[in-house]
Ligand binder design. Structure first.
Ligand code: FAD
Length: 494
């Protein structure tokens, strides 16, 4: 196999495509990245020596190819002794009523004490009622109630889901829950609890992904791994151009022939190609097509695809108030779900616990990440950076996470289209997919590239499948679109 592949995006999907092409074919990869950074949403931002993820990124996969791939990249080398994958303990709890609950909620003594007798009894009866009289599962609300009972749903899922998606669970489709939270229900939590009791605390062999208790993590965060991949592919002959945005995709007959590009200085250029791998959002992809008749319905569905955007604030603080209560230096959590109703923040990352190497002075400072879910151009999105940071600090003080005087520094990062959403015109997405599949040498890969809630491993697998198809002359794209459709997996929001 020879020729040239243009790859749109230097995130996990685009970089994996480039790596695999070099390993398995003679096709020359040209990676075009519109930002100044490597890693896409899986980048690690370095702010004055303190590093933060765009939401903590766990490295976990059920696919052995992916685990081997990560290990290969992160094996120490003579010229790069920092390549290392750490194994970290996942501790993530829910913070609600100014108290900690285990995640997913479990029937621990702590839960009973925190909820009080009345709420515990209500929850127990609610759960029994849900099991005896299950609802017809149409919405995400029905899905949660069937698995946890109404009282626990109202306490732990209703508000959080609304924070994450900007929509009430009754407006969201049950399919989302089936895909993202399928393995988690009160019965699974109970099974996990008793298995652990009988296995002396060991992790059961068959464990739902949401309950996995350790994960891998590069020493300097996910961005380190993707920087390493970028270095490796360039060394092996790939071209990688940052600050190059793909604006127009020219199609001749049923094949992409070239792309038009604009760089950071506004300079225009074009690049011919034999293959196009696209990890750009489907909404932008459809809008950029030229030379092919795009059916009106396909154009409409794509232009209305919904996304959820994301703002994170890194706060450097001297200490956390809730650590002091327990007399510990630091709580053990990697991240905490903030379920409090009087604040907008959704999750809190404690980067010291992801890797001490992320923090410049881990002995004396705590580097936390506050996560807000929003829509591009809504009230949160349009706030000035200064006001936003002030609000974030106020919220942390309000829910007793920090004292105001503990704050040493802050940094804000805004991320468009962090979450491809499964409502609105997404229900008609199949039309778009069918149309895109008619363009022979176009491969839609990754998360926004497929408009699917793909994690890094899924995003990588879509790229691997696409390269396999080219290598084996397989015309159908079904295997590429089938990644992450196995209807298992995941959790509230990641
Ligand atoms: C808050 C949060 C937490 C997450 N946690 C985890 C986790 O714990 N574990 C996990 O495995 N995954 C996690 N993920 C998912 C993970 O971030 C994604 O699966 C992964 O980054 C998707 O890779 P990608 O290459 O498809 O897309 P992206 O990472 O979005 O990269 C796409 C790249 O394409 C570029 N681009 C877009 N349009 C153009 C254009 N027109 N021209 C040129 N370049 C363009 C973008 O600038 C970007 O760099 C999380 C995601 C979020 C939002």
């Amino acid at each position: 196999m020879e020729g040239k592949a243009v790859i749109v995006g230097a995130g996990p999907a685009g970089l994996t495509a480039s790596y695999e092409l070099l390993e398995r074919t003679n096709i020359h990869p040209v990676v075009l990245e519109e930002s100044d950074e490597i890693g896409g949403i899986s980048r690690t931002v370095n702010y004055k020596g303190n590093r933060m993820d765009i939401g903590g990124h766990r490295f976990f996969s059920k696919d052995k190819r992916i685990l081997r791939w990560w290990e290969t990249i992160m094996t120490k080398r003579e010229d790069d002794a920092d390549r290392e994958l750490l194994t970290r303990n996942r501790v993530s709890r829910i913070y609600f009523l100014r108290k900690f609950f285990s995640y997913p909620i479990s029937l621990s003594k702590e839960t009973f004490l925190n909820l009080g007798l009345k709420n515990t009894l209500r929850s127990g009866f609610g759960y029994v009622k849900a099991r005896l009289f299950p609802l017809k599962e149409e919405t995400l609300e029905d899905f949660y109630i069937n698995r946890f009972g109404r009282p626990l749903y109202e306490l732990f899922f209703e508000d959080y889901t609304t924070k994450v998606w900007g929509k009430h669970p009754s407006e969201l489709c049950a399919d989302w829950g089936r895909q993202r939270v399928k393995g988690v229900s009160l019965s699974v939590v109970l099974k996990d609890y008793f298995q652990k009791k009988f296995q002396g605390g060991k992790q059961p062999k068959e464990v739902e992904t949401s309950l996995i208790e350790s994960f891998q993590y590069p020493k300097f965060g996910p961005g380190q791994l993707w920087e390493c991949v970028a270095d490796d592919v360039v060394r092996k002959g790939a071209e990688l151009r940052k600050n190059h945005s793909v604006r127009t995709i020219h199609v001749e007959g049923n094949r992409v022939s070239s792309v038009d590009i604009v760089d950071a200085n506004g300079e225009k250029s074009s690049e011919s190609c034999d293959y196009l791998f696209s990890s750009m959002p489907i909404k932008d992809l459809i809008a950029s097509l030229d030379g092919i008749e795009v059916p009106a319905d396909v154009r409409r569905i794509a232009s209305e695809l919904p996304y959820r955007d994301f703002i994170t604030v890194g706060l450097l603080v001297k200490n956390l108030e809730f650590s002091k209560e327990k007399g510990a230096d630091l709580v053990p959590d990697t991240w905490i779900y903030i379920q409090e109703r009087d604040v907008k923040v959704g999750r809190l990352q404690i980067f010291n616990n992801w890797s001490p190497f992320l923090v410049k002075d881990p002995e004396h400072t705590v580097w936390i990440g506050l996560e807000y879910f929003c829509d591009e151009n809504d009230e949160l999105w349009n706030m000035s950076e200064e006001d936003f940071i002030q609000m974030a600090i106020d919220e942390m003080v309000k829910i007793d996470v920090i004292k105001r005087e503990s704050v040493m520094d802050a940094h804000q990062v805004k991320v468009k289209k962090a979450y491809p959403a499964y409502f609105g015109s997404y229900t008609e997405f199949e039309e778009v997919r069918k149309f895109l599949d008619t363009i022979e040498n176009l491969y839609c890969i990754g998360r926004n590239g497929q408009h699917r809630y793909n994690n890094m491993d899924h995003s990588m697998l879509t790229a691997m499948e696409a390269v396999s198809n080219i290598e084996k002359n397989i015309v159908s794209k079904d295997n590429i679109w089938s990644v992450n459709t196995e209807q298992e997996y995941h959790e509230k929001a990641s």
